[in-house]
Design a protein around this ligand. Sequence first.
Ligand code: FAD
Length: 448
Amino acid sequence: MTLDALINSLKDIETITDPHQVAKLSQDYHTFSPVLVPKLAGKVGDIVVRPAHEQEVIQVAAICAAHRVPVTVRGAGTGNYGQCVPLHGGVILDTTKLQKILWVKPGVARVETGVKLAALDKKAREIGWEMRMEPSTYRTATIGGFVAGGSGGIGSVQYGLLGDRGNLLALRVVTLESEPRVIELRGDDVQKVNHAWGINGIITEVEVPLGPAYPWAEVIVTFDNFITAAQFGKALANADGMIKKLVTIFASPIPQYFHPLHSYIPQGTHPAFLILAETSLESLPGLVQQYGGKITYQKPAEEVGKGLNLAEFTWNHTTLHARNVDNSITYLQSIIPANQDLQLVADLYHYFGDEVMIHLEFIRVNGAVVPAALQLVRYSTEERLNEIIRYHEAKGVLIANPHTYIIEDGGRKVIDPEQLKFKEMVDPYGLMNPGKSKVLEFKAQKRS
Ligand code: FAD
């Protein structure tokens, strides 16, 4: 099908064909990875299509299925693994016009896929609720993009990861068939599409549970010793009576990349960045004293949202700040077993020194607090990066490798058979984000 014929058949649906715009909307933040950049260079879609409601999504799906045109769905394009980069051209389906907040009730909300996480959070706060967890890109990221491409973030210390049972209630999905169907997935069935990188149908609506909205305060505590800082983080994350949304620990010299915060973090110290319910603040100094830390910054809830925003220095924003100063820096994503008083964290810290600078995000996994890490790596070669990954894995660290655009080689390791079955049903021609799954490529080769 020619581009002109495609545009004609899309009728009233907004399209973008300007090559610069199309190239821009074929990108995401895989640029954090020096390994992915050359592999994805020059990969662009042919056209961007911007449906404004589900009926238009169905129309695009029908045309693309009928003419076997590849479809790469895109929210805000803040994903880090090239998930939004089309490997085989075709249509970029931009969801950002699907902007309706359908309803918000105590403890639950339903929205269209292109709603920005910050917009939903704001709306929910009007009735005393908020998103349970958000990536640090919450201002720009869409909820559909978070479901299909993200994993957790600010709030995960309390609620775990998005994939944990109960953190996602329902999804509405359009299939890529000549006569597209609209399927509602509820309960455990949402896992058929969760974190599937847009290969398993086009999400049009998302229903999520909410958490109670507290007045949140922001705090920085500094420590002279990194391991003590990490142990403090673990103790706070485990303090059941204290309500928190963020417990982040940075090894020096990471804070050197946070220019606006330099006056709160003496050189050579190792800070904890915390977001705590204001009611928990009175209990903090006792714990800080126990670990020999010093509170250097505290922002009351009524001032949060003005000026500095600690959340935007955490999760993968840490990597963003570091790369703004030194773009040879890259990162890893991992979960480190919380064994023997964080002995493994200590071993890794001493073994790699400044080559792998440790950034910990405490999260809940299966009911227990563990340190996730988004280590900053001083990149030299791909071989060395792989050696670093292998060293971590040999020690029992789970690495969700952000230097691959193949879904099974990243965090997932294997594709869930249920996801695979669902994929075969909703995308029978293999048009959705093709090339991102090893299993599917293998199956396609066997068929041909
Ligand atoms: P996109 O990047 O547009 O899409 C992500 C994936 O979802 C793609 O595969 C796309 O095809 C698919 N997709 C999008 N919409 C749909 C749909 N409607 N139907 C089907 N598939 C769809 N991630 C975290 O989990 N936690 C973090 O704290 C975090 N911090 C980050 C910090 C920085 C600085 C950056 C650059 C990234 C960070 N990320 C983080 C990654 C990313 O920002 C989040 O996962 C975000 O939620 C993605 O949303 P998006 O709208 O940008 O999705």
